[in-house]
Design a protein around this ligand. Structure first.
Ligand code: A3P
Length: 301
């Protein structure tokens, strides 16, 4: 694949976390900071923002299909999703920087992905009044998914065992900072910034078609029902897992023998991971951490 140095990626050592602008980060997401912060958004750019493992790829693919599924069908078979929807702050040696990928996009609108907490989003997105699609996922399933992702991805810090990992998650010592502040930050932003569509992973699993319809309304798209149904079908977990352009099998830092990128796609998998004691402790901590929050999550559907 053009611009990717497979050799360099295969031999990459796991990065170390450090404190950056008040959150935990790793160098591959801060090394290009000036260019990220100075990124010039255009009014029709669409920013897909999430805490890692909340359903970014799913939402990205839905948006890509809605805009380009029929307009540019060759995209669907030739370009992996991470090239179609650049990850803005990403800057791994051996991989084109997200900012460059975004600047080189020739499509309109440009679909751009970020995991940055709301306060670190480059200001041009707000100045240009860009549409922002935020996907949030309940903390327990989000934590489980992130744990397996860190296990299988050498581009991430080592998560340690599940118990250590969970404590770090609760302490906010995960890359891109605390889940709690992330989901609340965008929720609060939505109260004053009307071009932000806040979605929930659980709603998407419950009724993808309904969520695609809501997304179309937000985007001002009059996509016909049959096309929307096609998008819903093509973005189903099983279809995306089979699809080499969406399942991340083309990225050499991920070891699918440890855990596949398209792992389970379920609500409630946390029950297979949390012990009773961990669950009690997590719930207690959650109550404290979210005591002023108005956003509500479902941990089962
Ligand atoms: P699990 O690890 O729980 O399976 P992200 O794209 O933000 O990295 O999120 C990845 C998570 O979203 C993974 O969760 C993955 O399986 C899930 N996912 C991706 N596409 C999905 C789909 N079409 N339906 C349901 N879940 C999906």
């Amino acid at each position: 694949m053009e611009g990717i140095d497979f050799e360099a990626l295969q031999h990459m050592a796991r990065p170390e976390i450090f404190d950056f602008e008040g959150i935990t980060m790793i160098p591959p997401f801060t090394d290009n900071w000036e260019n990220v912060q100075n990124f010039q958004a255009r009014p029709d750019d669409i920013l897909i923002a999430t805490y890692p493992k909340a359903g970014t790829t799913w939402a990205s693919y839905i948006l890509d299909l809605l805009y380009f599924g029929n307009r540019a069908p060759e995209r669907q078979t030739s370009l992996p999703i991470y090239m179609r929807v650049p990850f803005l702050e990403m800057c791994f040696p051996g991989f084109p920087a997200g900012v460059d990928l975004a600047n080189n996009l020739t499509t309109r609108p440009r679909l751009i992905k970020t995991h940055l907490p709301v306060q670190l989003v480059p200001k041009s997105f707000w100045e240009q009044n860009c549409r922002v699609v935020y996907v949030a996922r309940n903390a327990k399933d989000n934590a489980v998914s992130y744990f397996h992702f860190e296990r299988m991805n050498r581009g991430q810090p080592d998560p340690g065992d599940w118990n250590t990992y969970l404590q770090n998650f609760m302490d906010g010592k995960k890359v891109f900072g605390p889940w709690y502040d992330h989901v609340n930050g965008y929720w609060e932003k939505k109260q004053t910034y009307s071009n932000l569509h806040y979605m929930f992973f659980e709603d998407m699993v419950e009724d993808t078609g309904r969520e695609v319809e809501h997304l179309c309304s937000f985007l001002g798209l009059s996509t016909p029902k049959e096309e929307r149904e096609q998008v819903t079908k093509n973005s189903h977990f099983d279809a995306m897992k089979q699809n080499k352009m969406t399942n991340y099998s083309t990225i050499p830092v991920m070891d699918f023998n440890v855990s596949p990128f398209m792992r389970k796609g379920k609500v409630g998998d946390w029950k297979n991971h949390f012990t009773v004691a961990q669950n009690d402790q997590f719930d207690e901590h959650y109550k404290q951490r979210m005591k002023n929050a108005t956003v509500q999550f479902r941990t089962e559907i």
